[in-house]
Design a protein around this ligand. Sequence first.
Ligand code: F6R
Length: 608
Amino acid sequence: MCGIVGYIGSREAYPVLIEGLSALEYRGYDSAGIAMVGTDGCRINKDKGKVDNLRKITSSCCMSGSTGIAHTRWATHGVPSLINAHPHTDSAGKIAMVHNGIIENYTSLKQKLAKESLEFTSDTDSEVLAQLIGKYYNGDLASAVRKALSEIEGTFGIAVVAADNPQVMVGARRGSPLVVGIGDDEFILASDSCAIVRHTKKVIYLKDNNIIELKPGDFSISTLDNRKISPRIHSIDWDPSVLAKGGFDHFMLKEIFEQPETVLNAMRGRLIQETGSARLDGLNLVLQELRQIDRIIFVACGTSWHAALAGEYMIEDIAGIPVEVEYASEFRYRNPIIDSNTLVFAISQSGETADTLAAMREAAHKGATVLGICNTVGSTIARESHGGVYLHAGPEIGVASTKAFTSQLTVLSMLTLLLGRMRRISHAEGTTIANALDQIPKQIKKILRQNKNIQEIAQIYHHHSNFIYLGRSYNFPTALEGALKLKEISYIHAEGYPAAEMKHGPIALIDTDMPCVVLALKDSVYDKIISNIQEINARGGKVIAIANEGDKEIENFAHHVIYIPKTIPMLSPLLSVIPLQLLAYHIAAFRGCEIDQPRNLAKSVTVE
Ligand code: F6R
């Protein structure tokens, strides 16, 4: 999604801005632009395409100065083009602004402003806000922004500069994240701390309806209705080195290979093998409150929704608590039934997904205790929940989520253990689960050693146009996740199904051109899965099976077998998803796709 970087301080702003935009490239975008303010006014450069295009056009023109704003745009209103790229200005060129989010009442505002003879040059909703700020600007940028925002409906994260004053920059947010990095005599305003961490680890996460006025060496934060705020300063807890590929061809591959460590990080200090339980202090719930829960709702989107679905299987099976898994985008517009004994979890890697955020707000509004399972520290979902659990997976840069998924599964396993031990599982059963979880990082490492073998299978199948992924029980969510990984990065059409559901329709698709990836692990549904494989074989389909080590029988039925170590059924998705991630990665690589930034996709979906 769109990215914002702003700089005000004592150094040249341009290198900070352009590097900052590069650090935000992973979020997905289609155009980029920059505005520099100096004593000679405001200079703007922008273009369709990559940040490198912008770098080329700006290298030949003067971009010096110590104040500037920059943007990567992910089109919502208006095609990706030079005129629609940000920064936008008002007709008189008094201010320049970059905007993330959506101005919902832009049509009526635009009509009103057009009647005042203001000329619009773009098709964007954002330009309306720039025009409004310009209209109200009279030497006090913060009050012009405040006044303009009072007329806006919708979401925004903005950075604004005034052409006649390089000594000020204003930022504001509602629904779109903004972080302020506090350096020595300088501030970096960004939509994501990835653009800040190289310069400082001291940050303030702006809250909704906050406005910040930045001047060299000084800042003040207030609410949109002008009440002063004393902000809390946080420290970024990860190292800038994670923003490099570290010898891998793509961030996605690097992140797949990080999983032994990220899964371990999610468990560290939380998994207690001696008692066969887990400590999740961040939930901020006392045991008594946890005991009273009689229903859990997970709200999430995409891969996080798949993790939630796996969580449903775990919690219902082991802890005996009814669980519902909701697409956040549906939940937010339904009238869900929630009572005080319902616990709602919002699961999100980014912690900024607009639909998930809206769903959790709706649940909180109805009186539910809402907890977050998030990766991004300080994100809006993390801050707005009553408590929660961080994944500690480090920034996930590849647009296709991999390590966040296994970390989410790890946290959900520990939640299951905690709730299960309070209710119906014995110390011995709890210890079995805890010990099995403890083995997962080593077992993932073992699967990763098969990378070459999986690449060879990918080579055979990379030219196919359709895939089916099948799984049952605990591995039905894994089948969905495997199919999602393949479609997002390789653009191959892929569907995930519960294996037995195939005969109710999808079986019509099976022919010699249809590869079927089947999760056939040695669990309670193994024999049933073998029957499903037979049905595929009978119709000439090609089967790539994910099976447990030592299962020789499967070789009689599958064209290819990828073996994974055995664990308890509840934890099997943590292992079975790894070959599916690698398979998708290699197929996309053979097809020459842009793996880390697939077309049309954004890393953090901050619009509806
Ligand atoms: C898939 C993917 C998306 C996200 C979804 C939710 O690889 O990345 O489907 O899982 O947009 O994002 P978060 O977890 O940030 O809320």
